[in-house]
Design a protein around this ligand. Structure first.
Ligand code: SPD
Length: 284
């Protein structure tokens, strides 16, 4: 029997994404969160944590390609990559499309996310079989403290800044990531929507401006996330996301649905009012 799923992330602000579901395939309460997997009428299978949409089969590529390929096509030789969060495997799947990646670590606090996604989302989680990948079931904020000067690229594929992911939106965590990078490293983090979450973005951009020589916000279109848009912070010690972009690397990537060289450049071009908003506090 069909039933409406109503996402809870924006409900306090009087708005919600609603999706018609066919069946609740699995519901499990882990020590960290409620994990639900639905089959939906319009979007295939869907993963939700505490009633907030993490991904649907319909548009997960719009998110995972964009969180991974932008930095990996700017860094000239991303040998060691770390994904924090991302237990569904979608981000790691994209990272492993890059031949220069020699080791790809995934640090996910909630082992039940990995277990359930292996069962329900093989298209995302089959990448865990790649011998270059290794999973650590640890708190990402603690994990990076123990690995100074190690990673070429760190990608934070977190949920929203409520509950277990709150620490991943704080200044100290970004300072620890800076230290965990090699001298030319890049960090990319899930940084919410410029339509709805400007307070969070302002905070991140302000402290990243103090920590990293380069800070840029870019975005992807993901219809099943609130506002249909999600953004990312590109924080870099050395490379610029446009002048150091290597479009020739894109040809080697297989099975892309969203990302291309044009999108790489266009995603940093922001709507007028939002770019004025960023510029105003970045110059202070
Ligand atoms: N508002 C939801 C943002 C979720 C971002 N991460 C999702 C995990 C997909 N790998």
């Amino acid at each position: 029997m069909t039933d409406w799923f109503e996402e809870q992330l924006e409900i306090k602000n009087g708005r919600a994404v609603r999706i018609l579901t066919k069946e609740l395939l699995e519901s499990y309460r882990s020590p960290f969160q409620k994990i639900d997997i639905y089959d939906t009428v319009p979007y295939g299978k869907m993963l939700a944590h505490d009633d907030v949409i993490m991904l649907t089969e319909f548009d997960e590529a719009h998110y995972h390609e964009m969180i991974a390929h932008v930095a990996l096509n700017v860094h000239p030789n991303p040998q060691r990559v770390l994904v924090i969060g991302g237990g569904d495997g979608g981000t790691l799947r994209e990272v492993l499309k890059h031949k220069e990646v020699q080791s790809a670590h995934l640090c996910e606090i909630d082992g039940d996310v990995v277990r359930l996604c292996k069962k329900h989302f093989p298209n995302l989680s089959s990448c865990f079989q790649d011998p270059r990948s290794e999973i650590f079931y640890e708190d990402g904020a603690k994990f990076i403290k123990a690995r100074p000067n190690y990673y070429s690229v760190i990608i934070v594929d977190s949920s929203d800044p409520i509950g277990p992911a709150e620490v991943l939106f704080q200044e100290n965590f970004y300072r620890d990531m800076f230290n965990a990078l090699t001298d030319d490293g890049i960090v990319v983090t899930q940084s919410e929507s410029f339509h709805f979450h400007r307070g969070i973005i302002k905070q991140i951009a302000q402290f990243c401006g103090k920590i990293f020589p380069h800070y840029h916000y870019y975005y992807s279109m993901v219809p099943t996330y609130p506002s249909g848009v999600i953004g990312f912070s590109f924080c870099s010690k050395k490379y610029d996301p446009i002048s150091d972009f290597k479009p020739e690397k894109v040809e080697a990537l297989h099975d892309l649905k969203y990302y291309n060289p044009g999108i790489h450049k266009a995603c940093f071009i922001l709507p007028r009012a939002f770019s004025q908003f960023l510029a105003e506090f970045q110059k202070k």
